[in-house]
Design a protein around this ligand. Structure first.
Ligand code: BDR
Ligand code: CA
Length: 312
């Protein structure tokens, strides 16, 4: 099975991804590490505890960075995820203790305990991973891989014309993470925006799993409203679900390898650019780390995988 640490800012699509990981027999979640992003970090940590309690999952939950690497918070995504991060459904907060370690420290500790075995799946801004690299410069050798939901390589952004939210929220941290020598798989808007789901899907998820699917169904009503604002039809996007689906069924995706950069220039801050093979001879590009970028996804199969996994 795949040992993972889920680095998250729950968040509605985060919740859907977290429950998928809990439900899937081939995924072993060692802990949830939280970060500011959709919501402030204190809320992210409380929400993660609530999700674990709902799923009867007794694993460490850590609190991580609450601010971007450089500059100040740029505001949270309550207009997407609700005041509570769960679509304003007034779900009761669970009691539960936080692990005393920071998210970054937990990542480092686990990587040392299981060298070469862990994939960090990061579905929020990348501050915890950047900090973990500072705590343990050998981290790229100690982890199996890093898979992120974030970025937009060949498509427009969702916060600015060029930047996706997770990268834009902490662009300097992302620059550090993209520059490190681990195996980095990027699931950005290139695939997540090409894979919508409908309210019917949420109804099925609830039928398949009244407790966890029911929670996602209820929380996601707010999220669907946000995404459907300027559309004829109600739709919504999987986003954070993608790197987890890839872990258990890599064939769902087409990935391309390229040299990647994250911009920290004010105008296009948070832009992820990828030079595909044979597109440049510039040393500046060729010296940038190579990453794998998901460029295509099989929507129908991914949808089915989620339904089946919630049905277990
Ligand atoms: C990403 O931003 C957040 O709103 C979602 O949880 C996802 O991680 C999508 O751009
Ligand atoms: Ca997220």
């Amino acid at each position: 099975s795949h040992k993972i640490i889920l680095d998250t800012d729950p968040g509605i699509d985060d919740a859907m991804a977290i429950f998928f990981a809990f439900q899937h027999p081939e995924i072993d979640v060692l802990g949830l590490t939280t970060v500011f992003g959709n919501v402030p970090v204190d809320m992210a940590a409380k929400n993660a505890i609530t999700l674990c309690a709902l799923a009867n999952k007794d694993i460490p939950v850590c609190k991580g960075v609450g601010m971007p690497w450089v500059g100040k918070e740029s505001g949270y995504a309550h207009f997407v995820h609700g005041d509570d991060g769960f679509g304003n459904i007034n779900f009761p907060e669970a009691e539960g203790e936080l692990d005393p370690r920071s998210s970054a420290q937990f990542i480092v500790d686990m990587a040392r305990e299981y060298p070469g075995e862990i994939t960090v799946v990061a579905i929020g801004p990348l501050g915890n991973l950047a900090l973990a690299l500072r705590l343990e410069p050998e981290l790229p050798k100690l982890l199996k891989a890093v898979s992120i939901m974030g970025g937009a390589a060949f498509v427009p952004g969702n916060v600015t014309p060029v930047a996706e939210a997770n990268i834009w929220n902490d662009a300097f941290a992302a620059e550090i993470v993209f520059g490190a020598s681990w195996k980095l798989n990027m699931f950005g808007l290139d695939v997540t925006n090409s894979c919508p789901f409908t309210p019917d899907f949420l109804t099925q998820l609830k039928q398949n799993n009244p407790k966890l699917g029911g929670f996602v169904h209820d929380a996601a009503q707010f999220y669907v409203k946000f995404y459907s604002q300027n559309r004829d039809q109600d739709v919504c996007f999987f986003h954070d679900a993608m790197p987890l689906a890839h872990l258990v069924d890599p064939g769902l995706f087409a990935l391309q390898t390229g040299h990647a950069r994250v911009s920290t220039d004010p105008l296009n801050i948070g832009q992820t650019s990828v030079a595909l093979p044979n597109t440049t001879t510039s040393p500046d590009w060729l010296n940038a780390q190579s990453i794998n970028v998901a460029t295509k996804v099989d929507n129908a199969r991914l949808t089915q995988l989620y339904l089946d996994t919630y049905n277990r």
